[in-house]
Design a protein around this ligand. Structure first.
Ligand code: GLY
Ligand code: MN
Ligand code: MN
Length: 448
């Protein structure tokens, strides 16, 4: 694996990987049994071609494949699994003088697999059993697959069965998420330094990547780096090359990846304004109080309501609203400033799968009325990894809409104007829910 320096020694990762693979095998076996398949074929995916061009977009390995093998740079590889047998990794190693073929992996995880090198798809097909008529395929279908004779392509009921247990992470996965946080924290430290030195958004982005030792395509998502009022755009994507004449604040939402697992971290910084720095400190306390409450047994819909209540109190305290926190909650005034969910599942995908699933066979746990953007509605269980990301923003569009309604009278407009140049505040950590407690991977990483 071509990964940056890590603290975790590979010995302990290999100790953790074997039981992880065993757990994945066990839950896959029961999913296959429940859905009437005998084996599973997973595809790593391929980088898409640009329209009418011979260039590819960056390759991103597909999550159902990387649950098994942290192989991020071998497109067109497969994992084949039959319960009771060692999984087979068909690694695509083309003979190609235009590109470097992926090397045969030698990392801590390879002992779990029989590894077969395949120069092309025909070789991969030849290495699989002749009869695939009881096999399910998961991945983006390709043309030749029609003739491979699999029983089903991306059967929904099987995918549902496989998604549901991914919410609770194995100790190996938590170790990977811990490393992803360490790398992300390094990036954030470098980004803050660049911001303090007067860098543009673009330069802060370069500093972030250098800090975590990852190029852009290796990051789990495009970093959100917003100076000043750009912080009010929730997924601000611009990265201006020219820095604004006056610096007030920076909101940076950026994470790193380790062995396919993502960190998703947000920090807000004041450049020199002492009052805004104090607002950030106070918001940080609120965020930490929420993190401490992310324990097993908590219904995430209630957790979101707690955050909604806490932010309503904060808005009252800092003078953005003229009404009590109770009134802000009852009237949904708080949504003008806090229009997103408190967090989501995190893992192989930044917004990990199964967040609203009622059970392994499917069904949906609805989002609470008035909170249409909440991505997680399940009850936390031991080992769930979630983000806790409260925020408040001065968003022109939402403020304008509110102004035209009775809600407008509840807003302290002078205070809005005063804070607009700072954009907003979001603080986001990655937290493991435990029985009787919670473990904050991000705070630990910043102190590592
Ligand atoms: N970085 C996207 C999010 O926080 O969900
Ligand atoms: Mn984020
Ligand atoms: Mn997030």
């Amino acid at each position: 694996m071509n990964s940056p320096a890590i603290r975790q020694n590979t010995e302990s990762l290999s100790d953790l990987f074997a039981p992880h693979l065993e757990a994945v095998e066990k839950r896959t076996a029961s999913a296959l049994e429940a859905t009437g398949f005998e084996s599973l074929l997973l595809h790593a995916g391929n980088p898409p071609l640009l329209f009418l061009d011979d260039h590819h977009l960056p390759f991103k390995v597909q999550a159902p494949f990387k649950v098994w093998a942290p192989l991020s740079d071998a497109p067109d590889s497969f994992v084949f699994f039959t319960p009771g047998r060692k999984p087979v990794l068909l690694i695509h190693q083309p003979i190609d003088y235009w590109h470097k073929s992926p090397e045969t992996p030698k990392d801590y995880w390879v002992a779990g697999f029989d590894i077969v090198s395949c120069a092309d798809r025909a070789a991969a097909r030849a290495a699989l059993p002749k009869d695939l008529s009881r096999t399910a395929f998961i991945g983006a279908a390709f043309q030749e697959l029609v003739s491979w004779g699999v029983k089903a392509i991306n059967p929904e009921h099987l995918i549902t069965h496989l998604d549901y247990p991914r919410a609770a992470k194995t100790p190996y996965e938590i170790a990977c998420l811990r490393e992803a946080n360490v790398l992300g924290a390094r990036g954030h430290a470098a980004a803050e330094k660049a911001f303090r030195a007067g860098a543009s958004e673009f330069e802060v982005g370069l500093a972030f990547m250098a800090g975590c030792g990852q190029r852009e395509r290796e990051l789990p998502y495009n970093p959100i780096i917003a100076l000043n009022e750009g912080g009010a755009v929730l997924h601000y994507q611009v990265q201006q090359r020219i820095r604004p004449p006056e610096l007030h604040s920076m909101l940076i939402d950026a994470g790193a990846e380790f062995a396919g697992y993502a960190s998703d971290i947000t920090r807000t910084h004041s450049h020199h304004d002492a009052e805004f720095a104090q607002l950030i400190r106070r918001f940080d306390e609120l965020q930490l109080e929420l993190c401490a409450r992310a324990k097993a047994g908590v219904d995430w819909r209630h957790f979101h309501q707690w955050s909604y209540r806490a932010i309503s109190e904060y808005l009252h305290e800092v003078g953005l609203i003229r009404v009590s926190a109770d009134e802000a909650v009852d009237s949904a005034l708080t949504s003008v400033f806090y229009p997103h969910g408190i967090g989501h599942l995190l893992g192989l995908q930044v917004h990990d799968v199964g967040g609203q699933q009622l059970g392994p066979v499917g069904g949906t746990i609805d989002r609470p009325y008035n909170h249409p953007f909440l991505r997680l509605t399940r009850k936390l269980e031991d080992g769930f990894v979630v983000t806790v990301e409260p925020g408040f923003y001065l968003i022109d569009q939402l403020l304008e809409e509110a102004k035209a309604k009775p809600l407008g009278k509840m807003i302290e407009w002078k205070r809005v104007e005063q804070l607009k140049p700072f954009g907003g505040i979001r603080i986001e950590d990655n937290v493991v829910a435990r029985n009787g407690g919670s473990e904050n991977l991000t705070r630990a990483a910043f102190h590592a």
